[in-house]
Write a protein that binds this ligand. Structure first.
Ligand code: SF4
Length: 211
């Protein structure tokens, strides 16, 4: 049984899959409380319903056309619920390309190897930069992506230093400015000046007015 906040079909907006149609399963509950969280309704388990895995799969796969084989497990923090591992494995068996959005604070060791992990490294403005689970750096494959949500210049410097310190420059990296806190242009300029090989995240789904 998994607590589900929402199941929907939309445009993926925050990774190298940004722009592609995608089915989403938003699981409820999170172990953090970031000031900039834009999915606060998913943090409280009260805003969810328990579903068995087969019913979730039926509902999510049916939320969009059969031709769409991209599906994302998000939250909240999906790794808070153990059964999310089984859900992902079953979706892989059904030939879905599975994306997992996670805040990086819980072990990812048991996640199916074919799942594409989009792992947050929390920067200081989140209030949770000390909670990253460093063992997760050992579970990152070439397909996975590492996302830094940037709320101010201090966050930018933190992210830049983190990449150097943990030799992540050859990984797929995303710098995603917090809407309204820091301008995309400012972060873009810094990325260009510093010659960082990172993707500027722009939350495409919000620009086009979708969830
Ligand atoms: S980890 Fe993600 S879902 Fe949890 S509070 Fe932070 S932004 Fe929200």
């Amino acid at each position: 049984m998994l607590y589900v906040n929402d199941i929907f079909y939309s445009i993926q907006g925050e990774s190298s899959y940004s722009g592609y149609p995608c089915k989403f399963i938003r699981l409820a509950g999170c172990n953090l409380e970031c000031g900039y969280c834009d999915t606060k309704e998913a943090l409280d388990i009260k805003n969810s319903k328990p579903f068995c895995i087969d019913d979730i799969i039926k509902s999510a796969c049916g939320s969009g056309p059969d031709s769409i084989k991209l599906i994302e497990i998000t939250g909240g923090e999906p790794m808070m619920q153990n059964e999310s591992l089984e859900l992902m494995s079953k979706l892989i068996k059904l030939n879905y390309k599975v994306l997992l959005e996670t805040n990086g604070t819980i072990s990812l060791k048991k996640v199916h190897p074919n799942v594409i992990k989009i792992i947050d490294v929390k920067c200081p403005s989140s209030g949770h930069s000390k909670e990253f689970f460093f063992e997760n750096l050992k579970c990152i494959s070439q397909n996975d992506e590492i996302k830094f949500v940037i709320g101010n210049k201090g966050d930018y410097d933190y992210a830049k230093n983190f990449i150097t310190e943990y030799s992540l420059d050859s990984r797929k990296l995303i710098f995603s400015p917090v809407e309204g806190a820091v301008s995309h242009g400012e972060i873009a300029e810094k990325i260009l000046n510093d010659g960082l090989n990172v993707r500027l995240g722009v939350q495409l789904h919000k620009i086009i007015g979708l969830k």
